[in-house]
Design a protein around this ligand. Structure first.
Ligand SMILES: *[C@@H]1O[C@H](CO)[C@@H](O)[C@H](O)[C@H]1NC(C)=O
Ligand SMILES: *[C@@H]1O[C@H](CO)[C@@H](O)[C@H](O)[C@H]1NC(C)=O
Ligand SMILES: *[C@@H]1O[C@H](CO)[C@@H](O)[C@H](O)[C@H]1NC(C)=O
Ligand SMILES: *[C@@H]1O[C@H](CO)[C@@H](O)[C@H](O)[C@H]1NC(C)=O
Ligand SMILES: *[C@@H]1O[C@H](CO)[C@@H](O)[C@H](O)[C@H]1NC(C)=O
Ligand SMILES: *[C@@H]1O[C@H](CO)[C@@H](O)[C@H](O)[C@H]1NC(C)=O
Length: 410
C-alpha cells in the first residue's frame, strides 16, 4: 500500500492528474504478476498469460473483471475468489481445469454472471457454477455427449457457446432448463441428424440466434423455436432445401448456408419469410434452376449470396418476388446467358449492385443487353475486368471492359 502511494506521487509530478485517476480506482495494491486497471467501465484485473498455477492472492476486493486465461491453473478453492462480491466476469480459458477442479462453493459469487471456461479439459458441464450465470463460454472442451440435466441449475443463461467439443450426441431435454436462452452456438461439433432428439428446443422460447455451423446435418432440424431470427447452417451436409421448409420460423431475419452441399432449392423453399434480409449460399453446389417460385415469400430480402455455385439457368421472373433486393451476388456460376426479363428494372427496382464475374458467358447478340447495362443500367455491374466471355471463339477470354456492346453479335 505504502509503496503504491509513493509511486503514484512520484509519477504524478511528471505526468499530471491522470495518474491520480488511476490511483483512485484501486484501494488495494495490485498483486504481482497481475495488472489492475479500469477498462470498459469495470475494475479489471489481468493476470492472463502470466504463468500462474493458482489464483494469485490479494486480488483487490472491488474487482469486477478477472482475467486468469492462458495459465496453468488446475484447482480453484473456496477461499480463492469467494471474497470478490463484485466480480461479474471471470475468464479462465486455456487452463488445466477438469470437473474436479472447482470446489463446491468456489464460484458461488453473488455478482458473477459471465464465465469463460473454454479450452480446458472438461468432459461435462461443471455442477458448481453460479446459479445466476448469464453467459457461458465453453468452447474447445470435450463434451462428447451433452447430458440431460447438464444445465439444470443454470436457468438464467442467456448466451451459451459449446462449440468445438467433438460433440456427437445431445440427450433429450438437455436444453429444457434454459428458458431464457437467447443465443446458442453448437458449431464445429460432430452432430448428425440423429444427434438431436425431437423437441430438443421446445422450452427455449426466447431463442433468437442458433448456430449449427460445421456439423454433419443432412436435413433441416424440425421444431425449432418460432422466436428464431438468425439461423446458421454453414458447412453442413444438407443437399436439398425442401418446399415450405421454414414456414414455422416467421421471425427469421438471416440465414447462412455457405460452404455446404446444397445442390437444389425446391420451389417455395422460403415461403413465409417476409423478414429475412440476408441469405448466404456462397460456395454450395446449387445446380437447380432458379424459377419464379424459388424465392417466393422473401419480400424483405436485400442481399443474396449465390456466388461460387453451379447455377446455369435463371428463369425470367426468378427475382420478381425479391422486391427489396439491393445486392445480388452471382459470381462463379455456370451462367452462359440471361434473358433481359431476369433483371427487368420494374422487377428489381431497388437493385444497386450486381456481381456476375467468373461465369462462362456466351457473348453474342442475346447477351448484348447485359453489356449495355454495364453502361446505363440503374444498378452497377461490378468488376467488368473480371467478367469474361467463354464464347464465341473470337471473344473467348476477353473481359467486358475491353468490349463494346457492338461486339456482342450473332
Ligand atoms: C490479457 O488480456 C488483455 C485483454 O484481452 C489483453 O489486452 C492482454 O494483451 C493480455 N495479456 C497477455 C499477457 O496476454
Ligand atoms: C423472454 O423475452 C421476453 C421479452 O424480451 C421477456 O419479457 C421474458 O421475460 C423472457 N422470458 C424468459 C423466460 O426469460
Ligand atoms: C469431428 O468434427 C471435427 C471438426 O468438425 C473433425 O475434424 C473430426 O474429424 C470429427 N471427428 C469425428 C470422429 O467425426
Ligand atoms: C458447371 O461447370 C463446371 C465446370 O465447367 C462443370 O464441371 C459442371 O458440370 C457444370 N455444372 C452444371 C450443373 O452445369
Ligand atoms: C427501395 O428503396 C427505397 C429507397 O431506399 C425505399 O424507400 C423502398 O422502400 C425500397 N423498396 C422496397 C420494396 O424495399
Ligand atoms: C441502354 O442503352 C441501350 C442501347 O443504347 C438501349 O437500347 C437501352 O434501352 C438502354 N437501357 C436503359 C435502361 O436505359
Amino acid at each position: 500500500m505504502t509503496k503504491i502511494a509513493i509511486t503514484l506521487t512520484v509519477i504524478s509530478l511528471i505526468t499530471g492528474s491522470s495518474v491520480f485517476v488511476v490511483g483512485t480506482y484501486f484501494m488495494d495494491p495490485c498483486p504481482a504478476p497481475c495488472r489492475c486497471l479500469k477498462f470498459g467501465g469495470l475494475q479489471s484485473v489481468y493476470c492472463n498469460q502470466t504463468g500462474v498455477r493458482a489464483v494469485p492472492e490479494g486480488i483487490p476486493a472491488n474487482t469486477q473483471l478477472l482475467d486468469l486465461s492462458f495459465n496453468s491453473i488446475s484447482h480453484i478453492r473456496v477461499g480463492d475468489l469467494a471474497y470478490l462480491g463484485n466480480l461479474q466476469q471471470l475468464y479462465l480459458s486455456q487452463n488445466e481445469l477438469t470437473e474436479t477442479s472447482l470446489d463446491e462453493r468456489a464460484l458461488d459469487l453473488p455478482s458473477l454472471v459471465t464465465i469463460d471456461l473454454s479450452s480446458n479439459n472438461f468432459k461435462t458441464i461443471p455442477t458448481f457454477l453460479p446459479r445466476g450465470l448469464q453467459t457461458l463460454w465453453f468452447l474447445n472442451n470435450q463434451i462428447e455427449v451433452l447430458r440431460t440435466g447438464a444445465f439444470e441449475r443454470y436457468s438464467s443463461i442467456l448466451y451459451l457457446d459449446v462449440s468445438n467439443n467433438g460433440m456427437m450426441a445431445i440427450q433429450p431435454e438437455a436444453f429444457a432448463p434454459l428458458t431464457s436462452l437467447q443465443t446458442l452456438y453448437i458449431s464445429f461439433n460432430n452432430l448428425t441428424d440423429t444427434s438431436f432428439p425431437p423437441n430438443l428446443f421446445a422450452k427455449n422460447t426466447n431463442l433468437t440466434h442458433l448456430s449449427l455451423r460445421f456439423n454433419q446435418l443432412t436435413s433441416l432440424l424440425l421444431n425449432l423455436p418460432v422466436s428464431l431470427e438468425y439461423l446458421d447452417y454453414v458447412g453442413n451436409a444438407i443437399r436439398t432445401l425442401p418446399a415450405y421448409g421454414f414456414t414455422s420460423l416467421p421471425s427469421l431475419k438471416a440465414m447462412e448456408f455457405w460452404q455446404g452441399q446444397i445442390t437444389s432449392i425446391e420451389d417455395f423453399a422460403f415461403y413465409g419469410l417476409p423478414n429475412v434480409e440476408i441469405l448466404d449460399f456462397m460456395q454450395c453446389q446449387i445446380s437447380s434452376a432458379l424459377t419464379k417460385n424459388t424465392f417466393a415469400g422473401l419480400s424483405g430480402l436485400t442481399t443474396i449470396y449465390l456466388d461460387i455455385n453451379q447455377i446455369s439457368q435463371i428463369q425470367p421472373g426468378a427475382f420478381h418476388p425479391l422486391t427489396s433486393l439491393t445486392n445480388l451476388w452471382m459470381s462463379g456460376n455456370n451462367l452462359t446467358t440471361l434473358e433481359p426479363e431476369v433483371l427487368d428494372a420494374k422487377d428489381v427496382a431497388n437493385l444497386s449492385t450486381l456481381y456476375i464475374d467468373f461465369n462462362p458467358w456466351e457473348c453474342d447478340c442475346q447477351l448484348r443487353w447485359l453489356r449495355e447495362g454495364m453502361d446505363n443500367a440503374t444498378y452497377v455491374i461490378q468488376d467488368p475486368h473480371l467478367i469474361k466471355c467463354a464464347s464465341p471463339p473470337k471473344l473467348a477470354g476477353k473481359s467486358w471492359d475491353e468490349l463494346k456492346p457492338g461486339d456482342f453479335v450473332c
